[in-house]
Write a protein of this length. Structure first.
Length: 297
């Protein structure tokens, strides 16, 4: 396991629990110490990591998408041998995944992409794994996927050729954007209806059982509202990992209307504009044509 952030460390721990031998690498000493406390081994350098593994070796990357993934693969290739496999479990763009796999063909190093969902809950609940790669290679890695998944026959599968795993995860995250936005807007309407003094946590708990809108996201929403009913101290700023943008771009490329996902992405972008010039200009225009009052800062 390369990259021992919270998710990578949890995945390593789940594999150790399942009886797998795991060696983890991370440049941070504290991260390596943490994984050792969970029963795995660690290595302070990539060459040392490779020396601790028996061929054919499987290297699972849990590093940020983009340049860090590329540089890690570049550093690994001279250390590996034909038949070894690199699994990218991060949120890479599927175009990058296809490019990397093609580049590794001459080295006869296998490349597998595993779109991975589960977050901090995956250690106990298991991870949803959307896998792209050669059929025989994925089958060889089956024990790993079965251990990481919620159950050996649930929550994971090979969805197609290399790149398809990250593509599927990209669309998964786009859908997630839309679901989150719908819940957020609905609860915001409830919160603004002050006449009824609605208890949002109570409503979330009611909806969790029997309702057609029940989901794991709703479970997490209920948890958040129980701990902080007014969301005190939380800034109205929503980041994005990039996959929502990629999903919208893909929808445009394929001429597929994706209204909800697109609007949810725009909502996230809007949350970051604390000094909205466009809103100020709209207010100014209303004042110009209708004499509408302008609210001063």
């Amino acid at each position: 396991m390369i990259g021992l952030g919270k998710m990578g460390a949890n995945m390593a721990q789940r594999l150790v629990r399942g009886g797998h031998r795991v060696v983890g690498y991370d440049p941070a000493e504290a991260a390596r110490a943490l994984i050792e406390s969970k029963g795995a081994e660690s290595a302070a350098t990539l060459p040392l990591l490779i020396s601790k593994l028996k061929a054919p070796r499987t290297l699972w990357l849990m590093v940020p998408a983009g340049e860090i993934t590329d540089s890690t693969i570049t550093a690994l290739v001279p250390l590996l041998a034909p038949g070894d496999t690199i699994v990218d479990g991060g949120n890479s763009n599927y175009h990058d995944t296809q490019r990397r796999a093609a580049k590794l063909l001459s080295s006869k190093i296998q490349y597998v992409d595993s779109g991975t969902s589960g977050g901090i809950w995956g250690l106990e609940e298991g991870y949803s794994l959307m896998i792209g790669g050669d059929v025989a290679v994925v089958e060889r890695l089956r024990p790993i996927f079965e251990t990481l998944a919620p159950a050996p026959t649930q929550g994971w599968g090979r969805v197609g050729a290399v790149g398809s795993g990250h593509y599927t995860k990209m669309i998964h995250n786009g859908i997630e954007y839309g679901l989150m936005q719908a819940y957020a807007e609905g609860f915001s309407i409830l919160q603004h209806k002050t006449e009824f003094k609605l208890d949002l946590h109570q409503i979330a708990e009611i909806w969790r059982y029997g309702s057609v809108v029940r989901s794991w996201l709703l479970d997490l929403t209920a948890n958040a509202l129980e701990k902080n009913p007014t969301l005190q101290g939380i800034a109205p700023y929503v980041s994005d990992s990039g996959e929502g943008r990629w999903t919208v771009a893909e929808a445009i490329e394929l001429d597929v209307p994706a209204f909800v996902i697109t609007q949810s992405l725009l909502g996230r972008l809007r949350s970051r504009d604390t000094e909205s010039f466009s809103d100020k200009l709209v207010a100014a225009m209303r004042n110009q044509f209708g004499g509408h009052a302008i609210k001063k800062e």
